[in-house]
Structure formats: C-alpha cells, structure tokens
Design a protein around this ligand. Structure first.
Ligand code: ADP
Ligand code: MG
Length: 301
C-alpha cells in the first residue's frame, strides 16, 4: 500500500533529522504563515563563552572578604553549576578552565529567563540578567557597567552576593552557520518576514538580528512575554511557527500554532512539549525539512 502523503512527509522529515510528532502537526506546518525565532541556542550556537569579568568598585566590602575577579567567577560558577542554561554552562566552563575551585551549591533555584540563585558556603549568590536589578546606588553602578558591555554586543549578567551587586560577567555567542540563509528561505516560503523573540538585551539582539537578516526584533522578553508576543501575532491573524530551545520558551512553544524545538541544545521539557523537534543541531533543517512544507504541502519533499 502507498503511504498517505502526510505520513510519507513525516517519514521523510524524520530521516532527515526533523521529528514531527503527528499528522496534525504536519498539517499545521502547512498552514503556518509566520516564523518566530528564539535567539540564544536557536539562532546562535548556544555555546556562549565568557569574555570579561568586572568587579564593581567597593565590592570587597562585607562578608565576602577580599573579593577578586577570580573569586567572583568561582562563586558565580558554584551557583550556576546545576543550571541547564547555556549562559550558566559558559560560566562554569570558564571557571573550570581557569582552574578555580567550584564549591557545592545548596538551595539552588532557577527562574527561566531571569537567572539562578543558590547558597554557596555562607553566601547567597545570584546570577541574573540586568532586568532583575532593583533601583539603588550599587545597582546603578552595575547598570553603567552593563550598558557599556551591551553596547559592545555582549550579553551581561549581574552577580549579586547577599543581595548586593558585586560584579558583572560579559558573555558572547556566535551566530549559527546557515542562520541568514534560513531566514531568507523562510521569508520566501511564507511571504512574511521572520520575527526574533529574545530574553536578551536590545543591543545584543539587534546585532544578532542584523547578521541574521531579521528586521522585527522583540528583546528583553521574559518567558510570559514570549507567550504574549506569540498570542499578539496570532490575534492579528498570523499562524506562528515558533522555533526555540525550550530553555525559557517552553510556554511560548506550547502557545504557538506549531512549536519546533532545537533538539540537541533544547531542554527535556521542550522535547516533550514541542510539536516537532530538530534532532540534528542544524537550523537549516527548518527550511530544508519542515518549512518545505509551509504553505505548500509537497508530499515526499
Ligand atoms: P533567549 O530568549 O535569547 O533564549 P534567555 O531568555 O534564555 O535568552 O535569557 C534571557 C536573559 O536572562 C539572559 O540574557 C540573562 O540575562 C538571563 N539569564 C537567564 N538564565 C540565566 C542564567 N542561568 N544565568 C545568568 N543569567 C541568566
Ligand atoms: Mg533560548
């Protein structure tokens, strides 16, 4: 017997590294009109590296004793050790590479799209995006350092010790090979320009968007803002295919017409909740294997 076209398409996609979970999903891919991308781990390689450690002036005061850049990094790495987030992994990797001792963390808690918090020795260490900085003098000093780093295209995270901003870490990530090509082809396939939804800061997002050829950029989004952004597009009649890594966009993947997770970089939650999974670590699989189906079903593409 010949396979029904939808099933044949699913089988073909599967052989090429795109796992489509059902015929319904395959059909939805065929009716998507707009593609939205997450940034970190999706349009970027998701393997950011630490590029700078900045101690804030006067950070040595109090119970932290002589706080050095190395000690700051070691404390941040201790708090990030249990984290699944690419930024957290980058911090741990940099500390290990520098031969720093990484103390065990207790009471670890992570807030998707925001950061982590843990008890390290007797200290409460938080590593989080600058959006989490409350107003205050020291926080203003941190904000100034953050602004400078962001203007240089970096992602900056603030390290707080016992509630006080102590330093800032700068991280950078590379665009995925094929990202610009993917954007061009998706634009041609859907007839609409892709949109970037990111939790990262506006300057870093703009820089990446320019490299990828995306004009519509929404930055500084928390996981719930990504859901609203998808809902906003869909309220205006678009049917959104969202490509994400699920690290902080699992709710948005669920809210989209079709949620597509990057498999290798993606979190376990994303693999479970997404409608489709790119099982190879290649962004180009989206137009090659999935979007070939967008708007124009091609049996056996
Ligand atoms: P994206 O939406 O581009 O995938 P995320 O939403 O995952 O980016 O991250 C948004 C911001 O939240 C980061 O730029 C960072 O400031 C902060 N953040 C999230 N998780 C962590 C973490 N584990 N350590 C430090 N900062 C984090
Ligand atoms: Mg992400």
């Amino acid at each position: 017997a010949t396979m029904p076209p939808l099933l044949a398409a699913i089988a073909t996609a599967g052989r090429h590294g795109a796992l489509v979970k059902s015929a319904v999903v395959m059909e939805r891919l065929g009716t998507a009109t707009r593609v939205a991308f997450d940034k970190t781990g999706t349009l970027t390689e998701g393997r950011p590296y630490l590029s700078e450690v900045r101690l804030l002036p006067g950070a040595a005061a109090g119970r932290t004793g002589d706080l050095t850049e190395q000690r700051l990094l070691a404390l941040a790495a201790a708090a990030e050790q249990p984290s699944e987030h690419p930024l957290g992994r980058a911090v741990v990797k940099a500390a290990s590479a520098a031969g720093l001792p990484i103390a065990p963390a207790e009471e670890f808690a992570s807030e998707p799209g925001r950061g982590v918090r843990a008890r390290v020795g007797g200290l409460i260490v938080e590593v989080a995006g600058p959006a989490c900085l409350p107003a205050g003098d020291r926080d203003q000093a941190a904000r100034d350092v953050v602004d400078g780093l962001q203007r240089g295209g970096h992602t900056a995270v603030v390290v707080r010790i016992d509630g006080t901003a102590a330093g800032v870490l700068a991280l950078a990530d590379r665009i995925r090979p094929g990202a610009a090509d993917t954007v061009t082809r998706l634009t041609a396939l859907t007839g609409t320009a892709p949109v970037l939804l990111t939790g990262d800061n506006a300057p870093a997002a703009a820089r990446l968007a320019e490299q990828a050829g995306i004009g519509d950029v929404r930055a500084g989004l928390l996981p719930e803002d990504k859901v609203s952004a998808v809902a906003g597009l869909q309220d205006r009649g678009a049917r959104v295919a969202l490509v994400g890594d699920g690290v902080n966009d699992a709710p948005a993947l669920a809210a989209a017409h079709v949620g597509i997770a990057m498999g290798r970089a993606g979190s376990d939650l994303a693999l479970e909740t997404a409608d489709a999974v790119i099982t190879r670590d290649e962004l180009t699989a989206v137009p090659d294997r999935l979007a070939a189906y967008l708007l124009r079903p091609q049996p056996g593409f």
